[in-house]
Design a protein around this ligand. Sequence first.
Ligand code: MN
Ligand code: MN
Length: 466
Amino acid sequence: MGEELKQKLFKNKKTGWEGMSEEEKREIYNYAQGYMDFLNKGKTEREFVAEAKKVAESKGFVDVLKCETLKPGDKVYYINRDKSMYLAVIGEKSIEEGINIVGAHVDSPRLDLKPNPLYEDGELAYLKTHYYGGIKKYQWTTIPLSLHGVIVKPDGEKIYVNIGEGQNDPIFTITDLLPHLAQDQMEKKLKEGIEGENLNLLLGSIPYGSEETPERVKLNVLNILNQKYGITEQDLTSAEIEIVPAFKARTLGLDGSMVAAYGQDDKICAYTSLTAMLELDHVEKTAVCILSDKEEIGSMGNTGMESHVFDYFISELLNKTGINRPNLLDKVFCYTKMLSADVDAGFDPIYASVSDKLNAGFLGKGMSINKYTGARGKSGASDANAEFVAYVRKIMEENNIKYQVAELGKVDIGGGGTIAYILANKGADVIDCGVPLLSMHAPYEVTSKYDVYSAFRTYKAFWEAK
Ligand code: MN
Ligand code: MN
């Protein structure tokens, strides 16, 4: 008797794997394989956007700036300075009635090169770095690292760099002290054990020329760079080179149920929303996918979500669908609905004390919906309205997609933010809706394949909702 009533009244907290058919599992694993392949090709925001452009064009998306007019069913994209991208499928209804946005970010925590990075010490050559985003510095030593990015010459020539990913490429690393001599280091607080100024990448060890020449090892690596790319030391000042883990995205676990990879925050939501958008055909309201940059450092700058470039994109859609009255943007945003597609802290049993089990996202239990983020007393959160939470629940429940409503950690333990508040401030209904993740911001992050596929289904259902 009690069991029956419980079934009816309690929330269903079962894992998504429970009672799954082999066929469904195959579908999930296949999708996850495509995700992992994409991650290996798009480790940085520039690489991700370049790959996204390729697949979008193969599915009929065209550069919005090349379109004279737009009509329902048209598929367009806009690329902002190679680092962020907006895609849209034009809906049957006027854009004036609002749009449906899924917004993710494609930048991930990493190490950037300093503008003057190259030096020699102890007859070894190094590159100095400046970390990007919230990292635990000790995690970035003694692992294989690769170099990705661009060097731009004053005449505009752009040189693409990618070293450390190919089978025969060298990799790089940041050394750490041997335990035998680490007594003092081990007494330090974890956050001070490795200093930011010591995150220097080991680059070479062979000297060039005669012994009288100073900095001969530095000279040798510059010579190699000059032969390979035609650059000098000065050219490194107009470059954006990112240092990321050289690991490949891999299946994790004996049961093959999880993904271990670098940069899943937030390329997991970027990939799942992108692939969902590519499958859209006719939608009622215009569907927009945002792949933004700079989320990890506060969304500022002209490629971050705070920039007005997104408004420009929406203005283009308005103008080219023939709606040319002035000052319509505010109205569009006020009628807009958005899923802020970003990762959530997955419940980690080893560190259970930071989570409220009743309000945590668990791996394998589907999408994590965060009504609000923020810190302390919800500071800085956009806090979705109950009406909008209900709207999203309806979509999930009608499409049989598992979800969990959670928050990031216990009250007063910490906090976090996403791009949700930025669109909410413009007037849109926004809620955070993403994938729970273990080891967030670490060089190797962990997700459940079940949740990866749930994200794809969620974003598609949100755009297709009537
Ligand atoms: Mn994120
Ligand atoms: Mn993050």
